[in-house]
Design a protein around this ligand. Structure first.
Ligand SMILES: [Zn+2]
Length: 254
């Protein structure tokens, strides 16, 4: 009844089952994972910090990610943040910890943020931090990275060239941002995690990690909402949104 009323007012339906009402009905929400798991991609990029996820990138979770990202369904930020928090807790391991868990989101390219009108990963990372604090886990969001403005199309590049193209995709923000994030305040001492919504090949998370390490910031683990478990052959992606679109030139390849 309440869902029907919400639907009447908002005209929404559950992304999981299509039931009229909330963006995510109680049943679908209750069915979301509550335990994180290790999710190394196959093959795994050399040197990738241990990746952890809450869910497989499929079904309800996949639809949540896409609706939040592409249709700006902000009401899904909280349940997605809860999933990310599950992965973060698994990645950070049991306490006590020397400081807050530091969450560094993989940055979206400014062009992508402008096109969408919002930064979905930053929003759900903040939601994850709120969830963690509610559970008694100190957490800090530190958007230390930025995406370089280098709109180079991946199309036509072989695997080696693509890896090289991604290699400098990210950089640590100017010194002021780093100082504000790590050299002072409550972030010192806690495990530092690169966070993202979806892990596919791991290449993007690896490059984010590389940018941080290049600036002298060690990365302890990677935490994502969901990870793919099956490799789709090139040209058989179900949706262009299924590819990593942190940077526009990876969108252009499909
Ligand atoms: Zn549902």
């Amino acid at each position: 009844m309440r869902d029907a009323l919400v639907d009447l007012v908002l005209g929404s339906c559950c992304v999981g089952c299509g039931r009229a009402g909330r963006l995510l009905c109680g049943g679908c929400r209750a069915g979301l994972p509550h335990r994180g798991r290790s999710c190394p991609p196959t093959p795994c990029p050399a040197g990738l910090a241990a990746p952890w996820c809450a869910a497989e990138y499929a079904d309800t979770v996949r639809r949540m990610v896409l609706a939040h990202k592409e249709r700006a369904c902000h009401g899904l930020a909280r349940p997605l943040g809860e999933l990310l928090a599950v992965a973060v807790e698994a990645a950070a391991g049991p306490g006590p910890r020397p400081g807050p868990v530091v969450l560094v989101p993989v940055p979206s390219h400014p062009t992508v943020v402008r096109t969408r009108g919002h930064d979905p990963l930053l929003r759900l990372t903040r939601a994850a931090a709120v969830t963690l604090r509610r559970r008694g886990v100190a957490a800090a969001v530190r958007p230390l990275l930025r995406a370089h403005a280098r709109p180079r199309d991946q199309a036509g590049l072989d695997a080696v060239a693509r890896a090289a193209n991604l290699r400098d995709a990210f950089a640590v923000r100017p010194a002021a941002g780093l100082a504000a994030g790590l050299a002072s305040g409550p972030a010192v001492g806690g495990p530092l995690l690169v966070v993202d919504d979806v892990l596919t090949t791991g290449a993007t998370a690896r490059e984010a990690q590389r940018a941080l390490e290049r600036a002298g910031v060690p990365v302890d683990a990677v935490a994502v909402v969901a990870a793919t478990t099956r490799r789709l052959p090139p040209g058989h992606l179900r949706s262009r949104h299924d590819v990593d679109d942190r940077v526009p030139w990876t969108v252009a390849e499909v």
